[in-house]
Ligand binder design. Structure first.
Ligand SMILES: Cc1ncc(COP(=O)(O)O)c(C=O)c1O
Length: 393
């Protein structure tokens, strides 16, 4: 990492732009700056060709068809657009049949705020009912739990593929198959899954998948929504109204350089997947074992490293009786995320850590450390030394 900046262990939060991604983007900010919606001249042709290529690169990473990808501003918009789109569609169907059928959704308590807050809003303002399922101590939700709360009026289930804080990989294949055979829309927030686990949408009947490019070494402010087009063909109402871009699926002039960058980021992930995952798993294991050697009481939150159900880049650890806020001035050499944050004198605890059973005291002694493409063994050993110096004075 660059001199004078902290060592970066916050890849779950965002990733640095890969230099190959930047290189691919630059010509689309300079020479080829056209609007792909204008097909009257070479500037527009070059832009639409670039978007087409990026869409193909992205579809390939998840084994989908390019026509199933819609570009948007990121996973927050993607998640909102699915839930709003489904609600509008169901309400329209109800109105056409002169019905007032109830609409029930299911999700889990460890979803991102863009899921939970949208559900809360839809309950308050659109009369949607929903069930929030608890998770076990490692963050898992089971298909049995889902089955037990599914009702005839359940229309949509949303379960994230990989949790952003504790790295839990959910049984998405089983949940998707259950939804498919019960005629329920299935959405997964795959923001933390893309590039970390193999995703094959031809063999997993997911209806909607959302993702964000800045979690995969692409630019910020760009993401995509995958909507299944075959078996079944899913079509929902639009979230945004406007000029009918992207085959009338998401209006707004396309951010071509960002799309090109996102496509290139997907291509790199696809071609380097095995090596990258192997490296991340090695770094994750090294980091945990070095920390555990120094701090025998250290607790790993989330699934075990050996379980095969944890993101290979994520560590979430508690240093018992070590409130991080008290030591923060000694940890300025490191960039990480905290299990609870103090704002204006009030401490708020991570809902995910609460859901897996941590007390506020344990959460305040908890850190998320996530490794990635630029992390080295040397960085990890240096980080462990910083923790030792800070906590063992
Ligand atoms: C699981 C998950 N979903 C959604 C988001 C939101 O992504 P964005 O900020 O790119 O919209 C994030 C970002 O932290 C995330 O980790």
């Amino acid at each position: 990492m660059t001199k004078n900046l902290p060592l970066y262990f916050d890849y779950n939060s965002t990733t640095p732009l890969d230099s190959r991604v930047l290189e691919a983007m630059i010509p689309h900010m300079t020479t080829y700056f056209g609007n792909p919606a204008n097909q009257l001249h070479a500037y527009g042709w070059a832009a639409s060709l670039a978007v087409q290529m990026a869409t193909e690169q992205t579809a390939q990473l998840i084994n989908a068809k390019p026509s199933e990808i819609v570009w948007n501003s990121g996973a927050t918009e993607g998640n909102n657009s699915v839930f709003w789109g489904v609600v509008k569609t169901l309400k329209k169907q109800n109105a056409q049949k002169n019905l007032n059928d109830k609409i029930h959704f299911i999700t889990t308590e460890i979803e991102h705020a863009s899921v939970l807050k949208t559900f809360e809003y839809l309950k308050l303002h659109e009369n949607i009912e929903y069930t929030v399922l608890p998770v076990d101590s490692a963050g898992f939700v089971s298909l049995e739990q889902i089955k037990s709360v599914t009702k005839p009026e359940t229309k949509l289930i949303s379960v994230m593929w990989v949790n952003n804080e504790i790295g839990t990989i959910q049984p998405i294949h089983d949940i998707a198959n259950f939804c498919q055979s019960n005629d329920i829309y299935f959405h997964t927030d795959a923001t933390q899954a893309i590039g970390k686990i193999k995703i094959d949408l031809k063999n997993t009947p997911i209806h909607f998948l959302t993702a964000s490019s800045h979690k995969m070494y692409g630019p910020k402010g760009i993401g995509f929504l995958y909507t299944r087009s075959l078996n079944p063909h899913i079509q929902i109402e639009n979230y945004l109204s406007g000029g009918g871009h992207q085959n009338n699926k998401r209006s707004g002039t396309l951010n071509v350089p960002a799309i090109v960058g996102a496509g290139m980021a997907c291509e790199i992930l696809n071609s380097e997947f095995e090596n990258e995952n192997k490296k991340n798993k090695h770094l994750q294991k090294l980091f945990f074992s070095e920390l555990k050697n120094e701090f025998p009481n250290l607790i790993l939150n989330g699934p075990t490293l050996e379980s095969g159900h944890r993101s290979p880049m994520n560590l979430n650890v508690t240093f018992p009786n070590t409130p991080i806020d008290l030591y923060i001035s000694k940890l300025t050499g490191l960039a990480f995320s905290q299990g609870s944050a103090c704002h204006f004198g009030e401490t708020s605890m991570s809902p995910v850590l609460k859901a897996v059973g941590l007390t506020p005291e344990l959460a305040s002694s908890t850190l998320r450390l996530s490794v990635g493409r630029l992390t080295t063994e040397k960085d990890i050993l240096a980080a462990v030394q910083i923790f030792s110096a800070a906590f063992k004075y």
